[in-house]
Design a protein around this ligand. Structure first.
Ligand code: NAX
Length: 332
């Protein structure tokens, strides 16, 4: 077994938090040979519920779990952490405008940026799950300038996994036999799930998904809108938002980042744009990435046709707008 590492989960008294802590402590995020100390943070009003989570973690008698720090103090929560999964945030309520959601969360992420910069271990790797995920990640980067931008990412892996799931169902193949979809852009309904580079393994070998589906209209319309609207469909069905799939995707994201993506396979991650594929710099945008030795890099050279271009630009424009709104609130 390796030396224990410290993993922070914020919003740990919430839905996704409740689902993810046991996954992490069972090795689904960092591997079955990696002991962990869990730091769990929530707001003071949730202190009792958070303590309940801590009690359950003790009760689960998890062999990899080497300690739990449950706190509502940001500085204590970020102290020495090697990995931070930021799920805590102001939830979107019925009738709440995107602008209001951004205002509330900008304040939270500005404050957590200071805690990250001052308290976390050097080279701490950060995953932002809380919405608006891309723009919250941008606020962290802006207000923790000493943290390398490459160490801050946001979650679009749930959208990526949803896209794999839709294709697997359509083709009647196992989801593990489908790979290399791309989710471009914002984790919002402007995201562009793109199957044009994806492949699926069948009894006749590995084939392009476009050839196997052989229905361009489905790939451009129904597939795209189903993945874009899947979160809303789950809320409608469950009366609560996605949580087990979000927790599972967050584990997939961190695991692939730290332990590497399988050969020949890429995944989607929200990262700080370097201008690849004509996406403007200065925003967190979901790209196809491969990971090796704890570093991600954007897959280059994929063909982007006019259809994809317009969808990708739409999402980039939305992110630019979110950024402008966020700065308005930062400066007031
Ligand atoms: P919950 O409302 O169940 O949990 C959020 C928790 O965060 C609450 O316990 C709350 O008290 C806590 N919190 C609020 N402010 C905090 C602060 N300043 N510091 C620490 N904790 C704080 O929401 P849940 O369903 O768990 O979703 C969490 C977040 O994930 C939401 O923002 C949600 O929109 C976002 N999602 C993002 C997804 C993605 O793919 N990027 C998918 C799932 C999810 O919708």
């Amino acid at each position: 077994l390796k030396q224990p590492v410290k993993v922070l989960v914020t919003g740990a008294a919430g839905q996704i938090g409740y689902a993810i802590v046991a996954m992490i402590a069972r090795g689904l995020m960092l591997g079955p040979d990696q002991p962990v100390v869990l730091h769990v943070l929530d707001i003071p009003r949730m202190a009792d519920a958070l303590n309940g989570v801590r009690m359950e973690l003790v009760d689960a008698a998890l062999p990899l779990l080497r300690g739990v720090v449950a706190t509502s103090d940001e500085a204590e929560a970020f102290q020495g952490v090697n990995f931070a999964v930021l799920i805590g945030g102001w939830p979107r309520k019925d009738g709440m405008e995107r602008k209001d959601l951004i205002a509330k969360n900008v304040a939270i992420y500005k404050s957590q940026a200071s805690a990250l910069q001052q308290q976390a271990a050097p080279n701490c790797k950060v995953l932002v799950v809380a919405n608006p995920a891309n723009t919250n990640a941008l606020m962290l980067k802006e207000f923790a300038p000493a943290v390398p931008a490459k160490n801050i990412t946001c979650l679009t892996r749930l959208d990526h996994n949803r896209a794999l799931g839709q294709i697997a169902e359509r083709l009647g193949v196992h989801v593990a036999d489908v790979r290399n979809v791309v989710v471009w852009g914002n984790h919002s309904s402007t995201q562009f799930p793109d199957a044009s580079h994806a492949t699926a393994r069948t009894e006749h070998g590995e084939k392009p998904v476009t050839e196997l589906v052989a229905d361009e209209k489905w790939l451009r319309e129904e597939f795209v809108s189903t993945v874009q609207q899947r979160g809303a469909a789950v809320i409608k069905a469950r009366k609560q938002s996605s949580s087990l799939s979000a927790a599972s995707a967050a584990c997939d994201h961190m695991r692939d980042w730290i332990l590497g993506t399988p050969k020949g396979t890429w995944v989607s991650m929200g990262v700080y744009s370097d201008g690849s594929y004509g996406v403007p710099e200065g925003i967190f945008y979901s790209f196809p990435v491969t990971c090796e030795k704890g570093e991600w890099s954007i897959v280059q050279g994929l063909h982007v046709d006019d259809f994809a271009r317009s969808k990708m630009d739409l999402s980039a424009n939305e992110l630019n707008e979110e950024r402008s709104m966020a700065y308005e609130f930062v400066n007031t």
